[in-house]
Design a protein around this ligand. Sequence first.
Ligand SMILES: Nc1ncnc2c1ncn2[C@@H]1O[C@H](COP(=O)(O)OP(=O)(O)OP(=O)(O)O)[C@@H](O)[C@H]1O
Length: 255
Amino acid sequence: MTTDVLLQASHLYLARRHKQVLTDISLNLERGRITTLIGPNGCGKSTLIRILLGLENADQGEIKRAPGLRIGYMPQRLALEPRLPLTVTGFLKLARGATHDAIEYWLDRLDIRLLAAQDIQDLSGGEWQRVLLARALLIRPDLLVLDEPVQGVDVQGQHALYRLIPQLRNELNCAVLMVSHDLHLVMAATDEVICMNGHICCSGHPDQVSVSSEYRELFGHVMPTNLQPIAHYTHHHDHRHCLDGHIESGSKPQA
Ligand SMILES: Nc1ncnc2c1ncn2[C@@H]1O[C@H](COP(=O)(O)OP(=O)(O)OP(=O)(O)O)[C@@H](O)[C@H]1O
Protein backbone atom coordinates (compact mmCIF):
# COMPACT_ATOMS: atom_id res chain seq x y z
CA MET A 1 0.00 0.00 0.00
CA THR A 2 1.31 3.49 -0.80
CA THR A 3 1.27 6.04 2.04
CA ASP A 4 -1.87 7.77 0.77
CA VAL A 5 -3.86 4.52 0.62
CA LEU A 6 -5.65 4.18 3.96
CA LEU A 7 -7.69 1.11 3.12
CA GLN A 8 -7.30 -1.43 0.38
CA ALA A 9 -9.94 -4.07 -0.33
CA SER A 10 -9.15 -6.87 -2.76
CA HIS A 11 -11.55 -9.36 -4.36
CA LEU A 12 -14.27 -9.38 -1.70
CA TYR A 13 -17.04 -11.95 -2.00
CA LEU A 14 -20.02 -12.44 0.31
CA ALA A 15 -23.13 -14.64 0.16
CA ARG A 16 -26.14 -14.35 2.49
CA ARG A 17 -28.77 -17.11 2.59
CA HIS A 18 -27.67 -18.48 -0.79
CA LYS A 19 -27.77 -15.02 -2.36
CA GLN A 20 -24.53 -13.63 -3.72
CA VAL A 21 -24.47 -10.12 -2.20
CA LEU A 22 -20.94 -9.05 -3.13
CA THR A 23 -18.87 -10.34 -6.03
CA ASP A 24 -15.22 -9.53 -6.62
CA ILE A 25 -15.17 -6.05 -5.06
CA SER A 26 -11.79 -4.31 -5.03
CA LEU A 27 -11.19 -0.68 -4.10
CA ASN A 28 -8.67 1.70 -2.54
CA LEU A 29 -9.53 4.60 -0.23
CA GLU A 30 -6.92 7.35 -0.29
CA ARG A 31 -6.26 10.26 2.03
CA GLY A 32 -7.74 13.47 0.67
CA ARG A 33 -10.14 11.75 -1.75
CA ILE A 34 -13.92 11.50 -1.62
CA THR A 35 -15.30 8.23 -2.97
CA THR A 36 -19.01 7.69 -3.47
CA LEU A 37 -20.69 4.30 -3.68
CA ILE A 38 -23.81 4.42 -5.76
CA GLY A 39 -26.24 1.68 -6.76
CA PRO A 40 -29.89 0.60 -6.55
CA ASN A 41 -31.60 -0.58 -3.35
CA GLY A 42 -30.28 -3.90 -2.15
CA CYS A 43 -27.16 -3.82 -4.34
CA GLY A 44 -24.87 -4.34 -1.35
CA LYS A 45 -23.65 -0.83 -0.47
CA SER A 46 -24.30 -0.99 3.28
CA THR A 47 -23.01 -4.55 3.46
CA LEU A 48 -19.79 -3.53 1.73
CA ILE A 49 -19.36 -0.61 4.13
CA ARG A 50 -19.86 -2.88 7.14
CA ILE A 51 -17.20 -5.24 5.78
CA LEU A 52 -14.75 -2.41 5.10
CA LEU A 53 -15.29 -1.22 8.68
CA GLY A 54 -14.65 -4.71 10.02
CA LEU A 55 -18.18 -5.05 11.43
CA GLU A 56 -18.79 -8.11 9.24
CA ASN A 57 -16.45 -10.54 7.52
CA ALA A 58 -16.38 -11.30 3.83
CA ASP A 59 -16.41 -14.95 2.74
CA GLN A 60 -13.35 -14.30 0.58
CA GLY A 61 -10.97 -11.46 -0.09
CA GLU A 62 -8.60 -9.28 1.82
CA ILE A 63 -8.77 -5.89 3.51
CA LYS A 64 -5.66 -3.96 4.49
CA ARG A 65 -5.99 -0.90 6.71
CA ALA A 66 -3.22 1.61 7.43
CA PRO A 67 -1.82 1.03 10.94
CA GLY A 68 -3.63 3.09 13.59
CA LEU A 69 -6.32 4.15 11.12
CA ARG A 70 -8.99 6.29 12.84
CA ILE A 71 -12.40 5.71 11.27
CA GLY A 72 -15.46 7.90 11.86
CA TYR A 73 -18.68 6.15 10.86
CA MET A 74 -22.09 7.69 10.33
CA PRO A 75 -24.48 4.76 9.99
CA GLN A 76 -27.66 4.73 7.94
CA ARG A 77 -29.67 3.88 11.06
CA LEU A 78 -28.87 3.79 14.72
CA ALA A 79 -30.96 1.65 17.04
CA LEU A 80 -31.60 3.60 20.24
CA GLU A 81 -33.62 2.69 23.28
CA PRO A 82 -36.80 4.67 22.45
CA ARG A 83 -37.45 5.97 25.96
CA LEU A 84 -33.87 6.79 26.78
CA PRO A 85 -33.77 10.42 27.99
CA LEU A 86 -30.61 11.79 26.44
CA THR A 87 -29.59 15.24 25.27
CA VAL A 88 -27.52 15.78 22.17
CA THR A 89 -24.48 16.59 24.32
CA GLY A 90 -25.11 13.51 26.45
CA PHE A 91 -25.35 11.40 23.31
CA LEU A 92 -22.10 12.82 21.90
CA LYS A 93 -20.32 12.16 25.22
CA LEU A 94 -20.89 8.42 24.70
CA ALA A 95 -18.84 8.38 21.49
CA ARG A 96 -15.17 7.60 20.97
CA GLY A 97 -13.00 10.72 21.05
CA ALA A 98 -15.64 12.65 23.01
CA THR A 99 -13.61 15.24 24.87
CA HIS A 100 -15.27 18.45 26.07
CA ASP A 101 -13.30 20.47 23.51
CA ALA A 102 -14.13 18.14 20.64
CA ILE A 103 -17.86 18.26 21.41
CA GLU A 104 -17.80 22.06 21.70
CA TYR A 105 -15.89 22.37 18.43
CA TRP A 106 -18.20 20.18 16.34
CA LEU A 107 -21.38 21.66 17.82
CA ASP A 108 -20.23 25.02 16.46
CA ARG A 109 -18.66 23.74 13.24
CA LEU A 110 -21.80 21.85 12.20
CA ASP A 111 -24.18 24.62 13.31
CA ILE A 112 -25.94 22.49 15.89
CA ARG A 113 -25.03 24.50 18.99
CA LEU A 114 -28.72 25.31 19.60
CA LEU A 115 -29.49 21.59 19.74
CA ALA A 116 -26.94 20.85 22.47
CA ALA A 117 -29.45 20.56 25.34
CA GLN A 118 -32.29 19.13 23.25
CA ASP A 119 -33.52 15.58 23.78
CA ILE A 120 -32.37 13.38 20.91
CA GLN A 121 -35.90 11.93 20.62
CA ASP A 122 -37.18 15.37 19.62
CA LEU A 123 -34.75 15.99 16.75
CA SER A 124 -35.96 16.27 13.17
CA GLY A 125 -34.51 13.88 10.59
CA GLY A 126 -32.11 16.53 9.29
CA GLU A 127 -30.99 17.57 12.78
CA TRP A 128 -30.38 13.95 13.72
CA GLN A 129 -28.19 13.47 10.65
CA ARG A 130 -26.02 16.44 11.70
CA VAL A 131 -25.69 15.06 15.22
CA LEU A 132 -24.65 11.68 13.80
CA LEU A 133 -22.10 13.45 11.61
CA ALA A 134 -20.72 15.33 14.63
CA ARG A 135 -20.45 12.00 16.46
CA ALA A 136 -18.42 10.53 13.58
CA LEU A 137 -16.11 13.56 13.54
CA LEU A 138 -15.25 13.62 17.26
CA ILE A 139 -12.13 11.46 16.82
CA ARG A 140 -10.96 13.59 13.87
CA PRO A 141 -10.99 10.54 11.62
CA ASP A 142 -8.48 9.65 8.91
CA LEU A 143 -11.36 7.95 7.14
CA LEU A 144 -14.92 9.30 7.35
CA VAL A 145 -17.59 6.81 6.27
CA LEU A 146 -21.07 8.18 5.62
CA ASP A 147 -23.89 5.74 4.83
CA GLU A 148 -26.55 7.84 3.08
CA PRO A 149 -25.81 11.02 5.02
CA VAL A 150 -28.76 12.96 3.57
CA GLN A 151 -31.50 10.52 4.53
CA GLY A 152 -34.43 12.48 5.96
CA VAL A 153 -32.88 15.80 4.97
CA ASP A 154 -34.76 18.31 2.78
CA VAL A 155 -33.30 19.35 -0.59
CA GLN A 156 -31.75 22.57 0.80
CA GLY A 157 -30.20 20.60 3.63
CA GLN A 158 -28.90 17.97 1.20
CA HIS A 159 -27.10 20.62 -0.82
CA ALA A 160 -25.69 22.18 2.36
CA LEU A 161 -24.43 18.80 3.58
CA TYR A 162 -22.82 17.94 0.24
CA ARG A 163 -21.08 21.33 0.25
CA LEU A 164 -19.84 20.65 3.78
CA ILE A 165 -18.29 17.25 3.04
CA PRO A 166 -15.45 18.54 0.78
CA GLN A 167 -14.78 21.26 3.39
CA LEU A 168 -14.45 18.62 6.09
CA ARG A 169 -12.18 16.58 3.84
CA ASN A 170 -9.92 19.64 3.39
CA GLU A 171 -9.99 20.50 7.08
CA LEU A 172 -9.14 16.99 8.30
CA ASN A 173 -7.19 15.83 5.24
CA CYS A 174 -9.12 12.60 5.55
CA ALA A 175 -10.50 10.09 3.06
CA VAL A 176 -14.28 10.09 2.72
CA LEU A 177 -16.39 7.12 1.65
CA MET A 178 -20.07 7.83 1.26
CA VAL A 179 -23.14 6.10 -0.05
CA SER A 180 -25.62 7.95 -2.19
CA HIS A 181 -28.61 7.12 -4.34
CA ASP A 182 -28.22 10.10 -6.60
CA LEU A 183 -25.04 10.70 -8.54
CA HIS A 184 -26.12 14.09 -9.90
CA LEU A 185 -26.64 15.42 -6.41
CA VAL A 186 -23.19 14.34 -5.22
CA MET A 187 -21.11 14.66 -8.35
CA ALA A 188 -19.66 18.06 -7.44
CA ALA A 189 -18.75 16.71 -4.00
CA THR A 190 -16.93 13.55 -5.06
CA ASP A 191 -13.63 12.66 -6.70
CA GLU A 192 -14.50 9.09 -7.58
CA VAL A 193 -17.74 7.19 -8.06
CA ILE A 194 -18.04 3.44 -7.71
CA CYS A 195 -21.24 2.25 -9.27
CA MET A 196 -22.21 -1.17 -7.94
CA ASN A 197 -24.85 -3.81 -8.31
CA GLY A 198 -23.39 -6.71 -6.32
CA HIS A 199 -20.24 -6.30 -8.38
CA ILE A 200 -18.56 -3.06 -9.50
CA CYS A 201 -20.28 -2.07 -12.75
CA CYS A 202 -18.09 0.96 -13.44
CA SER A 203 -15.97 3.45 -11.54
CA GLY A 204 -14.08 6.67 -12.10
CA HIS A 205 -14.57 10.41 -12.12
CA PRO A 206 -18.28 11.35 -11.85
CA ASP A 207 -18.17 12.84 -15.36
CA GLN A 208 -17.06 9.48 -16.75
CA VAL A 209 -19.45 7.37 -14.73
CA SER A 210 -22.53 9.48 -15.46
CA VAL A 211 -22.14 8.90 -19.20
CA SER A 212 -21.10 5.25 -19.03
CA SER A 213 -23.47 2.68 -20.49
CA GLU A 214 -23.32 0.59 -17.28
CA TYR A 215 -24.47 3.55 -15.17
CA ARG A 216 -27.23 4.45 -17.63
CA GLU A 217 -28.44 0.88 -17.72
CA LEU A 218 -28.82 0.91 -13.93
CA PHE A 219 -30.22 4.41 -13.47
CA GLY A 220 -31.64 5.49 -16.82
CA HIS A 221 -30.81 8.75 -18.58
CA VAL A 222 -33.17 11.22 -16.96
CA MET A 223 -32.26 13.33 -13.95
CA PRO A 224 -35.25 13.82 -11.62
CA THR A 225 -36.45 17.42 -11.95
CA ASN A 226 -36.28 18.08 -8.20
CA LEU A 227 -32.67 16.97 -7.98
CA GLN A 228 -30.39 19.50 -9.61
CA PRO A 229 -26.62 19.32 -9.32
CA ILE A 230 -25.03 21.42 -6.57
CA ALA A 231 -22.53 22.88 -8.97
CA HIS A 232 -22.86 23.03 -12.70
CA TYR A 233 -20.99 20.23 -14.45
CA THR A 234 -20.35 20.26 -18.15
CA HIS A 235 -19.60 17.10 -20.06
CA HIS A 236 -17.07 17.29 -22.87
CA HIS A 237 -17.07 13.69 -23.87
CA ASP A 238 -15.80 12.82 -27.27
CA HIS A 239 -13.98 9.65 -26.39
CA ARG A 240 -14.70 6.26 -24.89
CA HIS A 241 -13.57 4.77 -21.58
CA CYS A 242 -12.64 1.25 -20.61
CA LEU A 243 -14.39 -0.06 -17.51
CA ASP A 244 -11.53 1.12 -15.30
CA GLY A 245 -11.96 4.68 -16.60
CA HIS A 246 -8.95 4.74 -18.96
CA ILE A 247 -9.43 6.24 -22.38
CA GLU A 248 -9.75 3.53 -25.02
CA SER A 249 -6.94 3.55 -27.51
CA GLY A 250 -7.98 5.04 -30.84
CA SER A 251 -10.71 7.23 -29.36
CA LYS A 252 -10.22 11.00 -29.31
CA PRO A 253 -8.99 12.44 -26.01
CA GLN A 254 -10.80 15.29 -24.31
CA ALA A 255 -9.77 18.82 -25.41
N1 LIG B 1 -28.23 -10.91 7.08
C1 LIG B 1 -28.75 -11.00 5.87
N2 LIG B 1 -29.45 -12.09 5.49
C2 LIG B 1 -29.95 -12.18 4.25
N3 LIG B 1 -29.83 -11.24 3.32
C3 LIG B 1 -29.15 -10.14 3.65
C4 LIG B 1 -28.58 -9.95 4.93
N4 LIG B 1 -27.96 -8.74 4.94
C5 LIG B 1 -28.14 -8.21 3.72
N5 LIG B 1 -28.86 -9.04 2.94
C6 LIG B 1 -29.25 -8.81 1.56
O1 LIG B 1 -28.11 -8.31 0.90
C7 LIG B 1 -28.49 -7.39 -0.11
C8 LIG B 1 -27.69 -6.12 0.06
O2 LIG B 1 -28.18 -5.40 1.18
P1 LIG B 1 -27.60 -3.95 1.55
O3 LIG B 1 -28.32 -3.46 2.76
O4 LIG B 1 -26.12 -4.04 1.60
O5 LIG B 1 -28.03 -3.10 0.26
P2 LIG B 1 -27.94 -1.54 0.00
O6 LIG B 1 -27.32 -1.37 -1.35
O7 LIG B 1 -27.26 -0.85 1.12
O8 LIG B 1 -29.48 -1.16 -0.05
P3 LIG B 1 -30.25 0.23 0.25
O9 LIG B 1 -29.86 1.17 -0.84
O10 LIG B 1 -31.68 -0.16 0.17
O11 LIG B 1 -29.83 0.69 1.62
C9 LIG B 1 -29.99 -7.21 0.01
O12 LIG B 1 -30.62 -7.99 -0.98
C10 LIG B 1 -30.30 -7.71 1.39
O13 LIG B 1 -31.61 -8.24 1.45
